[in-house]
Design a protein around this ligand. Structure first.
Ligand code: GLU
Length: 289
């Protein structure tokens, strides 16, 4: 079977040079290996994703000369697939509802931090302290019936106990120079959110479900997602999904060394195009021959 690659942007802004780099790397890898290139629209966050950004993704990628297979998978159209995966994890007893608001969670963390440092995840956010794990079944039912919002979290300790040691095969380089076989550390993320009251999925859950459903064999994406791979490997094993290889690539930075964001105008593909930059000029701009 030919290898399968995917570029998976979220339509919550316009593409910039960092996206162009990631898309071109995927495109080149697919061409070098006789593989397939898929495009996936990661639009589960209905509050931030907009159809005009999705239209701009197609236009900007086509301008770059990238060719992808159709139909494109749009995550918002496949909620039933994610719900099924969530139900599987729930049936394993690994999911629990947490009812605290962001502010309440911050207060719980602050209270613990009063006497000792509280652990942070690889992105620097404090781990969820797990208070809701000890609610009784009756209390959970009562709170859900009362209509309060909640997040469905993975019981990380129980999940890790179930699967034991995990690793992945890294073809790129991690933020601290990690290469080769990487030991996964999903526990460093704590009880991650898998879904919310209104949305039966999260980034972590939908990305592993889709990579498996689409037979993605090599995940090529930015180094900012290197540590998230630990959670992805855990979910893959819990759900009985195949293991792709990973190639995390460097992030394109602006002239001040900052990571590009969807609002950084000077590096937006639209801005470059209207300033007269040709598609062929983009490759050297991102360090590709
Ligand atoms: N949708 C994610 C993003 O735009 C990428 C997900 C992935 O490549 O795993 O950052």
């Amino acid at each position: 079977m030919p290898p399968v690659f995917r570029f998976a942007p979220s339509p919550n802004g316009l593409l910039h040079l960092g996206h162009a780099y990631s898309a071109l790397l995927n495109f080149d890898r697919a061409r070098e290996t006789g593989g397939r290139l898929l495009l996936r629209i990661e639009d589960i966050d209905a509050t931030r994703c907009r159809p005009e950004f999705e239209a701009a993704i197609y236009e900007d990628l086509a301008w770059l000369g990238i060719v992808w297979e159709t139909p494109v998978r749009r995550q918002s159209e496949h909620l039933a697939d994610y719900r099924a995966a969530l139900e599987k994890l729930t049936a394993l007893g690994l999911v629990y509802p947490a009812f605290e608001s962001r502010a309440e969670t911050a207060r719980l963390v602050a209270a613990r931090e009063a006497d000792r440092p509280w652990p942070r995840d690889p992105d620097g956010a404090p781990l969820y302290p797990g208070d809701a794990k000890s609610l009784s079944a009756d209390e959970r039912t009562r709170l859900i019936a009362s209509g309060v919002p909640y997040a469905l979290r993975l019981d990380m300790v129980a999940a890790c106990r179930r699967v034991g040691g995990l690793s992945w095969s890294e073809l790129g380089v991690g933020p601290d120079g990690e290469r080769g076989i990487i030991a996964a550390r999903p526990e460093s993320w704590g009880d991650v959110i898998l879904a919310r009251k209104e949305t039966p999925t999260s980034y972590h859950l939908s990305v592993v479900v889709d990579d498996a459903l689409q037979n993605v064999s090599e995940v090529v994406r930015g180094r900012d997602l290197f540590h998230a791979t630990s959670v992805h490997r855990l979910l893959q094993v819990l759900l009985g999904l195949p293991e792709p290889t990973y190639r995390h690539h460097a992030l394109i930075r602006d002239s001040a060394g900052r990571k590009l964001s969807k609002s950084s105008r000077s590096t937006g593909l639209r801005e470059l195009r209207s300033a007269g930059v040709a598609p062929a000029d983009v490759r050297p701009l991102v360090g590709l021959g």
